[in-house]
Structure formats: C-alpha cells, structure tokens
Design a protein around this ligand. Sequence first.
Ligand SMILES: Nc1ncnc2c1ncn2[C@@H]1O[C@H](COP(=O)(O)OP(=O)(O)O)[C@@H](O)[C@H]1O
Ligand SMILES: [Mg+2]
Length: 259
Amino acid sequence: MTYFSPDPGTRPAPAWLPCGAIEHDVIGSLKSGKEAEVFVVEWRSLDDGRSCLLAHKRYRPTAVVKGELEARGFTKARSFVNDSVYHEGRRFRRTRDARAVARMTNHGKKLLGDRWVDHELDTMRTLWDAGAAVPYPVQLFDDGMLMELIGDAHQAAPRLVSARLSADELAAAFHQLVENLRIFAGASIVHADLSPFNVLWWDGRISIIDLPQSTDLVLNPQGFELMHRDVVRMCDWFCRKGFTCDADSVFADLLDAVW
Ligand SMILES: Nc1ncnc2c1ncn2[C@@H]1O[C@H](COP(=O)(O)OP(=O)(O)O)[C@@H](O)[C@H]1O
Ligand SMILES: [Mg+2]
C-alpha cells in the first residue's frame, strides 16, 4: 500500500487518477524494449475503490548478479548505451562519482542509469505542465516510473509506425506534432530520440513518449543539432507515408518558438 498525492504542478493532474491510500497490482508485461520493460499496473484507491490502469516503465539493471534479473521480474539485462552527448551541460557534483562515470565502473554505470530514470520523470513533468501531449507522469520508482497508460483495458495505443492512419489522420498527427515540438522548444527541451516508434496514436491524438535521453536545447552544445535530427526523422516518415512536409521549415518554425 502506498499513499499518493499528485505533484502540485501548474496543470492539474487528470481527474480520473485515484489519490490517497493506494494498492497496485501488476496486470502483465506490455512491451519489452532495448533498455526498458513496460508493465501494465492496476492502481486502486483503498478509500473509494476507484481504479485505473497505468504504465510502469522499468529500466533493466545494467550490472546484475546471478538470479537478480529473474527475481526482479525481468527477462534480460540492459545493454549499456554511451549517453555522454545527452548529459552535456549536466555534471556530477562529487568528484568520486565523476571519476566512476569517466571510468565506466559498475558504480558509474549505476549513477548514469539512475539519472536517466529521474531525468525522464522530471522532463515529463515539465512538459505536462507546459501542456504537451505526454502521458501524465505519476510517480518515480527506484528502477523507473509510473505514468498514464495511453490506451484502454483492451489495448495499449499503437505507435505511429503501426497505427494505419488515414490521410486526414496523418495531417492531424503532423499538425499536433509540430504544435507539441513548439511546446518542447519553448521549454528548452529536445526529445533527442524522436521517431514514429516513440509517438503513440490514440483516439485521434498523439502522445510523445520515451524521454530519458531528452536534453536541454540551449545548454547542450549539440541541442539544436539533436532537434534538427528529430525533425528530419519525423518529416521523412510523414513524407514516406504521403503527407508532404518540409523539415527545414518546421525547424525554422521551432527556432521562432525558442527566441
Ligand atoms: N504510457 C504508455 N502508454 C502505452 N504504451 C506505452 C507507454 N509507454 C510506453 N509504452 C509502450 O512501450 C514501448 C516501450 O516504451 P519506451 O518508453 O519507448 O521505451 P524503450 O523504447 O526505451 O524500450 C513503447 O514503444 C510503447 O509501445
Ligand atoms: Mg521507445
């Protein structure tokens, strides 16, 4: 049993989210990706019995002892990704930690892994408050985060790559994407791994997910390059699907949102 009260952000938490004394059950595994495994969790209020389904994204441990993965409910270990480009502009305060990261010791890898988790939730919170179409970030756990499940009790939302959009839906998705990227840019956030695999489509709306590698647009010396890469990747996909758009004019539009 946990006690939950929503973070008092500038945008209210969704009304359907139970608060107070909560019990939760893991319903099943939704997706097993490279870095993380996403589980569906039922979240129930012990006060009034209201419930909802949430997504629990859990990062696999990088350094594990025999039997630990199975005991923690995972199927395989995470392959460690060198994420220095995304961490530009953020530093470790203690020199011992900085040395461990530089040498990539197990302690260093754990520090980087922990930061990814904290950072994903913080970024989602900032974006949610700014009005972006991201799942509502509910709570931080030591290995990941709990967030709104995009979808319903029968199916999770498909990713754009497999959503089979009509021409009108494709146009709507594109306009929503640009509107959201303006919000990202206005908050000085670059997704940095944006692709049709990290955009969900549900009920005529997009949701942008998978933000651990997001970085500061201005503080990171490669921020604008990463934003350009995101825009090009998305525009290439929309063009291949038959919706004509121009990455450079979207990029110029986003620069306007920054300045
Ligand atoms: N909030 C969510 N609602 C519904 N499905 C989700 C949600 N978060 C993640 N997923 C599903 O889990 C998959 C993996 O999550 P993602 O955050 O992209 O992690 P990674 O790609 O690093 O494994 C996504 O492609 C999506 O299908
Ligand atoms: Mg992903």
